[in-house]
Design a protein around this ligand. Structure first.
Ligand code: URA
Length: 210
């Protein structure tokens, strides 16, 4: 997706002092059946410039296949388009020396808000039939912080989504109603293997819902 330069420049102006690396565009066809919304790119995505290209991406592709889709069929983006990182001093196990690492981290609410006008614009352009937020960060961006993925995963929710109003500096509900099916973030099954049957069942049942 090619974003309007004024939206991208406005974001860059607000993020110069934040620990955010690079900028990755969402990818996929316009007016798809599904739009997958993740949290933020990680290191592999920033290197390849392909959304969901690392370990989580591999799982996501497997889940899409279970639901009858390929990567090319769906639009893939995330609520923050740069890699949030932290700075950690750790002891190298081999040399015993202190080294600096820059691991991925979850974006802050402030970072999600800075990217909000871009995400709103993208959603209006893409116009998917169904939005699939994967994980709590994307779910909260769309439906607010009271929802939790463990309670609503795999369910069809027909509801307006939150859009950012730059004039008030607040989120507000969209005029339009959307079809939303929240899913666990694919990284969740990498950390908690016991979630796998639940997540696979959610994706297998998706075609019966929408
Ligand atoms: N997690 C996300 O939310 N997006 C990516 O592209 C990769 C991991």
């Amino acid at each position: 997706m090619h974003y309007p330069s004024e939206l991208v420049e406005a974001i860059k102006a607000q993020t110069t002092d934040l620990k955010l690396e690079d900028f990755l565009e969402g990818a996929g066809p316009l007016h798809p059946h599904l739009m997958i919304v993740g949290e933020a790119p990680g290191r592999e995505e920033i290197e390849s410039h392909i959304p969901f290209h690392g370990a989580s991406g591999k799982e996501l592709m497997r889940f899409l296949n279970l639901a009858g889709y390929q990567r090319e069929d769906v639009y893939i983006t995330s609520v923050v388009r740069s890699r949030p990182y932290s700075i950690k001093q750790v002891k190298d196990r081999r040399t015993g020396k202190i080294v600096t690492k820059y691991p991925n981290r979850t974006p802050s609410n402030k970072e999600v808000r800075i990217y909000a006008p871009l995400f709103d614009w993208e959603l209006h352009q893409v116009q998917p039939d169904v939005i699939i937020p994967v994980g709590n960060t994307a779910l909260h961006r769309l439906l607010g912080p009271d929802e939790v993925i463990s309670a609503v995963h795999g369910q069809l929710i027909q509801h307006p989504v939150l859009e950012f109003n730059s004039a008030t500096g607040q989120y507000q509900w969209s005029q339009a109603n959307y079809q939303i099916v929240p899913m666990y973030h694919p990284a969740a099954v990498l950390y908690r293997r016991q979630l796998m049957p639940t997540v696979e069942a959610d994706w297998q049942q998706l075609s019966q819902l929408v």
